[in-house]
Design a protein around this ligand. Structure first.
Ligand SMILES: [Zn+2]
Length: 287
């Protein structure tokens, strides 16, 4: 069970979507995620905390650091100054609370407040600087609560975006391109065993939990021709669980890269050798 609070979740969904669909504007961020051979160390074989979870986590982490910019802090300090004699306004605005603190509160994750942190150093919020904010986040990291928060947000964002097959396709194309790029250099020895040849991952059995999740997401229907597979699907039949970006095109063994197809579409798609999915979804009811 996932206890989803949807606090800022859609905001993060949108950031993730922007990075994936306008990757040309985020080359630095993307390079930090998968460039210079890093993709090799992000690889996992059907981990429940998938490569997409890792990616979302990476983006959320980046956003929290961005929100703690100098300009953002100065704006908060200005608010504190303007409203310091109006307790009601201070209670609502809570200028001294950093965005990460508000998120932790919302998720009921116990932590030290920024004000208490400053108090211990005999500093007032109004006179602190960005280094204090980073230092504070650093202490949150040390206690593990920062990572706990980011991991939880990543699960919530995954919960929402997993429905969006086009986004899955975009993410996997991006990762496949990274893997293709790295294939030009030597594969690190410790992960050689998961490759069949440079840049191409070995085919592995798709775990039951992946099949179940994909089957329910795609409502037991072929995503391309809408054929009802619920009565006929044979869970032993691997053919129906298709890699959106084929392994031969540097696709990943990751739940984000799997969709439900009927046998015919699967064979047809294999011949086409390209990443194919559909924008059609079973709606909650017919219009
Ligand atoms: Zn089909």
């Amino acid at each position: 069970m996932l206890e989803a609070k949807f606090y800022d979740t859609y905001h993060f969904c949108n950031v993730v979507k922007n990075v994936l669909y306008h990757s040309e504007n985020y080359l630095g961020v993307l390079n930090d995620f998968h460039g210079d051979g890093r993709i090799y160390y992000r690889l996992s074989t059907f981990n429940k905390y998938s490569i997409l979870h890792e990616f979302i986590e990476f983006i959320v982490h980046d956003v929290y650091y961005d929100q703690s910019s100098e300009a953002a802090l100065e704006k908060k300090q200005k608010n504190q100054e303007v409203y310091q004699d109006i307790p009601i306004a201070l209670n609502i605005l809570r200028p001294s609370a950093l965005p990460i603190e508000l998120a932790l509160e919302h998720h009921n994750m116990p932590h030290q407040s920024f004000e208490d942190f400053l108090d211990k150093q005999n500093k007032k919020f109004i006179e602190c600087d960005i280094d204090d904010a980073y230092e504070f986040i650093h202490t949150l990291r040390e206690t593990g609560v920062f990572h706990e928060l980011i991991e939880h947000i990543s699960k919530e964002v995954f919960h929402v975006v997993f429905q969006n097959r086009d986004l899955m396709k975009n993410f996997n194309i991006l990762m496949a391109n990274a893997l293709e790029h790295e294939a030009r250099s030597e594969t690190p020895n410790e992960i050689k065993k998961i490759f069949s040849r440079p840049g191409i991952l070995k085919r592995v059995a798709i775990p039951v939990w992946v099949r179940r999740a994909v089957f329910f997401r795609d409502r037991g229907r072929c995503v391309l021709c809408d054929k009802d597979l619920s009565g006929q699907v044979n869970l032993e039949n691997k053919e129906n669980y298709d890699h959106i970006v084929p392994l031969a095109m540097h696709g990943l063994n990751d739940i984000s890269n799997i969709q439900l197809l009927c046998k015919e579409c699967n064979q047809h798609e294999k011949r086409a050798k390209e990443a194919v999915t559909s924008d059609n979804y079973q709606s909650w009811y017919t219009y």
